[in-house]
Ligand binder design. Sequence first.
Ligand code: UD1
Ligand code: CA
Length: 456
Amino acid sequence: MNLTTIILAAGKGTRMRSQLPKVLHHIAEKPLLKHVHDTAIQLENNTIHIVIGHGAELVKKNLANLQVNWVEQTQQLGTGHAVQQVGNQISDESIALVLYGDVPLLKIETLQLLLSKINEKTLALLTVNLQNPTGYGRIVRDNFGKVLRIVEEKDATETEKQITEGNTGILAVQGKALKKWLSQLGNNNAQGEYYLTDIIALAVADGFEIATSSPQNEDEVLGVNDKLQLAHLERVYQLQQAQNLMRQGVTLRDPNRFDLRGSLEIGQDVEIDVNVIFEGKNQIGNNVKIGANCLIKNATIGDDVIILANCVIENAEVGANSRIGPFARLRPETVLATDTHIGNFVEIKKSVIGQGSKVNHLSYIGDSLVGKKVNIGAGTITCNYDGANKFQTIIEDGAFIGSDTQLVAPVTVGKNATIGAGSTITKDTPDDQLTLSRSKQLSVPHWQRPVKKEKL
Ligand code: UD1
Ligand code: CA
């Protein structure tokens, strides 16, 4: 079966109170419209059309890499009018499926179930029973339960408003029939709009059966109209992801305090404490422990790694059996070999740290190549920047850098070299020797502390 999917996304979203078109607002760092697209794309033989209007250029620009046909609806005259814009691009033989760009959590299984209802003379309609159907179009059925039409809330009588079966807006039907009914729509209603929902009565008049199905969960068909609903759906989505990970065996201390804004490949026996956020693409090995309040983005973390609380890791690789934090920051292009220790208040940028090396306290290591079994003392700084250009620091295997050392790049510290504490190193230092650059200690006899002068 060939599918023509039409995603409606032209509306303004006034209640978002934002300059940004509604469908570009994010759930888990991904635009609402992209969520809908990414679900639709999973259906086979599917051509996707997206109807845009408000902020059309911005929507196209933000989602330029989608393989879809963009259709413009310059004036928003209703959902029926929006589908009309796709016009003859809906092929007669295909099944047309209408989705909404602001209903992001719809599941593929729900769409498959809906599409399975399609027959030659059937229109498939996704409906939902709601505790509070306010705002929704209502499904009007006859005494035998047969669907007759949809009435919009603003056009409904008091009796019709009592109906709790709501229209999700999502439907599927043969393209040829849809196009015929679209051409028959009028706008003689409370809102003066061309309602897509009016095609239900037209289908019934043409002898079509209206087959309904419902989503597993109401959240799937909830739309985003304001920031409160956006926040609600973000939490629904995050909880779903957390539950998926727990099913895979991940231990989450609190699934309600977990955020995945991207993808996460994860090994066995991983423990994640509260308020950990993952962004981008991440890969995590086995037996990894991640402490509270970490932000981890585009990272590869090896087996048996311990990340203590409050670390920020971005575009970095952490070798197996390493220990990071608490309060460490790994910036882009950091590569830690196995068995490394990166301690508190340490910042590493664009550097390779060799196997078994330690940077345990209060240091900045940037643009550096650090060998194996190096010990970098507290307060060591690589001075990699002269205000205009950046330079490299090389620290060879087995070196010991005393506390509070400045390594002024470009500079190389030789193999097994020792640098005395408090040194400012501006020239390469030889292997195996102690190098220090500080004045000799001096004591001044009879020196007296200044005293405060008495006020007259
Ligand atoms: C619509 C349905 C209602 C259903 C509800 C579910 C109609 C007439 N009503 O009402 O039965 O219960 O959705 O949420 O269809 N859009 C356009 N162009 C337009 C108008 C709307 O692209 O000219 C898009 C919007 O961007 C949005 C979607 O269509 O994504 C729905 O529009 P909205 O105005 O929210 O419809 P509702 O009045 O909520
Ligand atoms: Ca709506």
